[in-house]
Design a protein around this ligand. Structure first.
Ligand SMILES: CC(C)(COP(=O)(O)OP(=O)(O)OC[C@H]1O[C@@H](n2cnc3c(N)ncnc32)[C@H](O)[C@@H]1OP(=O)(O)O)[C@@H](O)C(=O)NCCC(=O)NCCS
Length: 187
């Protein structure tokens, strides 16, 4: 079970099935907000759907392919951050995240991404970490930008959001760049 204590208030902990109910409650009460930029809200409508997501993430972990963590703020689960399937051949991975609306703007996801970068480069010795954000999702784009990711390009119509395709901006961070940049980032 991976646990990363970031500060007194903020904890990342790998999701387990017992988290299904509180996590589903956060998803359900933020459904409208999250639906603006995330494509999976209409296939995540019940407690069973959240339990299934967690089981899939646990299977991913047992296959050494990455994992999903809950974001706990002051002992409540308020979002998730996860590694997509690790590309071990190319030593590369992508990070995805979301947070409940009322906890935005406290730097929570920036701190969580920083911890995930440390894990990817420090524990797994990967070479590259990627984050993709939709054009127009300024708040999400600020996270890789603030952490010093390089804006590498644009994937046209890479994500279908219910009724439209959106373009995704690709942000990349390499192992050596993170070694330099993390020293400059304040906690
Ligand atoms: C995107 C999201 C994860 C941000 O989480 P957060 O913890 O509030 O992010 P942080 O506080 O670490 O950083 C947000 C940055 O955006 C900035 N910001 C806040 N509101 C903004 C806005 N409306 N427009 C542009 N930038 C904004 C903040 O000032 C901060 O930048 P700074 O560090 O330079 O000040 C959260 O809003 C969310 O879950 N949104 C819905 C789902 C989503 O978009 N997921 C990501 C898909 S790629």
């Amino acid at each position: 079970m991976i646990t990363i204590q970031i500060d007194d208030d903020l904890l990342l902990r790998q999701l387990s099935e017992s988290d299904s109910a509180p996590l589903f409650a956060v998803i359900d009460s933020n459904r409208k907000f999250l639906r603006d930029w995330l494509p999976w809200l209409d296939t995540s409508k019940s407690l069973q759907d959240t339990a299934y997501f967690i089981r899939t993430a646990l299977e991913q972990f047992s296959n050494n392919d990455g994992f999903a963590a809950g974001i706990w703020y002051k002992n409540s689960v308020v979002g998730t951050i996860g590694f997509h399937k690790v590309d071990w051949l190319n030593r590369s991975v992508e990070i995805g995240y979301w947070l409940a609306a009322e906890y935005q703007g406290k730097g929570i996801v920036t701190k969580a991404c920083k911890a995930f970068l440390d894990h990817a480069f420090g524990e797994w010795h990967l070479h590259r970490v990627q984050i993709r954000c939709a054009v127009g999702n300024a708040r999400s784009c600020r996270i890789p930008e603030r952490l010093g990711f390089v804006k590498e390009g644009l994937q046209r119509h890479a994500e279908f959001l219910y009724d439209r395709y959106v373009d995704l901006i690709i942000y990349g961070m390499l192992e050596d760049e993170w070694k330099q940049k993390r020293l400059l980032i304040k906690d």
